[in-house]
Design a protein around this ligand. Structure first.
Ligand code: PXP
Length: 236
């Protein structure tokens, strides 16, 4: 299984005091050296962590892949078509949320998302839709022409260690199997931790996990390179 490291919260820390330290590009290089298969960043509408200059710089220096998470807006489509990241993950976005809550409702906006995906596909960007493990959303995702879905693991992560863990895990497992059977490739992410990530190895369809907050949090204690290496070892 591949590991995409989300470095948004390196930028969160930087933005707390001006715009210098810690350096986002340096963090990305360390993640790559430690075995990250790609670097993920979410350019939010309010630019609360990653900024435009970060993604342009990352695109220049990365040796792996840049996965740009973004909302389905005209502004973001324009940036993606200019920047040409290797991957784009379309996510829902609400201004007041602390982090991405829930998956994209593809069923409710299938025409809009299909039109949005087309030029990205044409430009050679591999598009993924961040959705809940719900078979109707998977069918809708397939119709949009996106090559990948990313399954939202937030409910599983919250349920981990409780009586609901297996129910939430089974939703992910069934969703991944179904998505692959209809020709979609499957990633997963959100809320995954060093404690719960081992369960993702029970889902053979998963191509890549995108993990951010828990890696950056661990990096404060063990360093970023060790934090990435430890996560890589867990998902091998
Ligand atoms: N995948 C997607 C689509 C996300 O929006 C996020 C959070 O930005 C992540 C993965 C990573 O989540 P976390 O920071 O909880 O590991």
């Amino acid at each position: 299984m591949l590991l995409g490291v989300n470095i948004d919260h390196v930028a969160t820390l930087r933005n707390a005091r001006g715009d210098k330290d810690p350096n986002v590009s340096a963090a990305a290089i360390i993640c790559e050296m430690a075995g990250a298969d790609g670097i993920t960043t979410h350019l939010r509408e309010d630019r609360r962590h990653i900024k435009d200059s970060d993604v342009y710089e990352l695109k220049k220096i990365l040796k792996t892949r840049l996965n740009l998470e973004m909302a389905v807006t005209e502004e973001m489509q324009k940036i993606a078509l200019e920047l040409l990241p290797e991957n784009c993950c379309l996510v829902p976005e609400k201004r007041a949320e602390l982090t991405t809550e829930g998956g994209l409702d593809v069923c409710a906006q299938i025409e809009k998302i299909t039109k949005f995906v087309q030029p990205l596909n044409k430009a050679g960007i591999i598009v993924s839709l961040f959705i809940d493990p719900d078979l109707k959303q998977i069918d809708a995702a397939k119709k949009t022409g996106a090559a990948f879905i990313e399954l939202h693991t937030g409910s599983f992560s919250e349920a981990f260690g409780t009586v609901d863990e297996q129910v939430e895990f089974d939703k992910l497992k069934n969703a991944a199997r179904y998505a692959q059977s209809i020709g979609l490739k499957v990633n997963a992410g959100h809320g995954l931790t060093y404690e719960n990530v081992h369960r993702m190895k029970e889902i053979p369809e998963l191509v890549e996990l995108n993990i951010g907050h828990n890696i950056v949090a661990k990096a404060l204690f063990v360093g970023l390179e060790n934090a990435v290496r430890q996560m890589k070892d867990l998902i091998k």
